[in-house]
Design a protein. Structure first.
Length: 424
RNA sequence: GGAGAGGUUCCCGAGUGGCCAAAGGGAGCAGACUGUAAAUCUGUUGGCGAAGCCUUCGGAGGUUCGAACCCUCCCCUCUCCA
């Protein structure tokens, strides 16, 4: 079997490793590794996809991945790289979030075999302060912590004691997992480097075991935006927060320069196939983006949803030929096919349509625009379309005469679409 | 606990009695150009069927015809001192 270290390395997952040679050697044998996720919301977002994929690669290569949900550390808040203190969550909120995260992660990891999902609240909540200080605290040098990169930013704007402890708690997590689950590797974003290394150090001092750190690059898109952020907010993995169609569109809109990178990181397509994408030129790149979007959507929301999103996008933006030789491992259908319905849809009572609804009201109601004022602006700027026709006045009445077999198709700008269907 | 500096719209940041729904920049959105890309240029960016009205400058009161701006108390952040 392939060494997962090479897999991660070749696919661009690695920013830093504590001891590359030794780790690679160690990974010849099955090992246990972990990544921490903060339960700050009831859904993960695209930013978490990278660590999730890393764990999935681990499992595929025969290792045991542990997802550590920070039910305990979430009550403290990680100051790394943040300029402000984070909101501290209540215990029941965190508990609900943990349950939701488990559901999402199970799309990527098989918890029925060897993967584990643990919550550090299990051991952190019962810590006794004095014991903790004596057993763990004594191994930490405040001088060194203050010098750590992850606290730099906060030292300028202010760092309070609760957050300062975050590093100790995370180090303690690693130590617990090391002794109880024989976990030898912690992975995380590159901003976690300091915290992870602190754990390695603690493990060594407490018992001389070996442990390793591996961090992922902190991705920004080629245009500099943070991964997974759009105007509408974060792109979530939860279908109720970000619909599969919008999720698919997020990936379609990938910057040309990011396509290869994303195919490597966010799909399981073989590297030699991805290699050809680099030579695509101009519009040909769109075929690769289509496959990228399809594959990521499939992993996150399942084949059915991915297909639906793909078909919906094809029907709205036009079908594009997908060369048979491109990324052949992808199961994306390359033949023309009947349309599926995945365009975000609103149901509307017949009576309202009979009366007619002013265009700006309609656009605001479907969520295509944030407010009626925004809708008004959209129309004024010529960005509002009904059934592919530009709306000329903001209060033009939209009624039954616009109904087609597919309902009424609204577009805000060229990319955001919404369908109105008559019904309850 | 003491001294000082601050808290303005999505973010940064100007504004210190009316000309302020609040400069400038960033980010976003739309248009043109394109390939559902990038870059560029233009427009736009609190709410309301848009006239005008309503809500917004940390919070609560007050002064005034009128307060983001002046006064009082409170909350929070930062710097220095203890």
């Amino acid at each position: 079997m392939e060494n997962v270290f090479d897999v991660l390395n070749e696919r661009g997952f690695i920013a830093q490793v504590s001891d590359a040679e030794a780790l690679k050697e160690r990974l010849r044998e099955p090992a246990t590794c972990y990544i921490g996720f903060d339960p700050t919301a009831d859904s993960l977002h695209v930013g978490s996809l990278l660590p999730i994929m890393a764990l999935a690669h681990m499992q595929r290569c025969g290792h045991r991945p542990i997802v550590l949900v920070g039910g305990g550390t979430g009550m403290v808040g990680d100051p790394s790289g943040k300029t402000e203190m984070r909101q501290i969550l209540g215990a029941d909120q965190i508990e609900a979030n943990v349950a939701a995260l488990r559901g999402q992660l199970s799309h990527f990891l098989d918890f029925s075999s060897r993967a584990l999902l643990l919550n550090n609240a299990e051991w952190l909540l019962e810590l006794r302060y004095i014991d903790f200080l004596r057993d763990i605290g004594k191994h930490f040098s405040v001088n060194r912590m203050l010098a750590a990169e992850c606290y730099k930013m906060r030292l300028e704007s202010g760092l309070n004691f609760i957050e300062f402890n975050y590093m100790l708690l995370q180090a303690y997590d690693f130590y617990r997992l090391s002794t109880e689950y024989d976990c030898i590797l912690q992975m995380g974003g590159n901003d976690q480097w300091g915290n992870i290394v602190a754990g390695i150090e603690l493990i060594r001092r407490k018992g001389g075991r070996n442990a390793y750190a591996l961090t992922f690059p902190l991705l920004t898109t080629a245009s500099g935006a943070k991964m997974g952020k759009t105007a509408a907010g974060a792109v979530w993995l939860s279908a109720t927060r970000t619909g599969p169609f919008d999720f698919y569109q997020y990936w379609i809109n990938t910057d040309d320069r990011d396509v290869v990178k994303f195919l490597k990181l966010y799909t399981f397509l073989p590297l030699d196939e991805i290699g050809q994408v680099a030579s695509l030129e101009g519009q040909e790149m769109n075929a690769a983006k289509t496959i990228l979007a399809y594959e990521v959507t499939r992993l996150t929301h399942g084949t059915e949803q991915a297909l639906a999103a793909y078909e919906a996008a094809s029907s709205v933006f036009g079908r594009r030929d997908l060369p048979r030789t491109l990324l052949t491992s992808s199961q994306i259908p390359r033949e023309a096919k009947e349309e599926a319905e995945a365009v975000p849809t609103t149901h509307m009572e017949r009576a309202r349509l009979d009366e007619g609804i002013p265009a700006f009201v309609l656009f605001a109601e479907t969520g295509l625009c944030e407010s009626r004022g925004a809708a008004r602006r959209l129309v004024q700027q010529g960005g509002a379309y009904v059934n592919e026709e530009r709306v000329k006045t903001f209060d033009a009445l939209i009624g039954v005469e616009y109904l087609t077999g597919e309902g009424i198709l609204l577009k805000a700008g060229k990319k955001k679409i919404h369908r109105i269907v008559v019904g309850p």
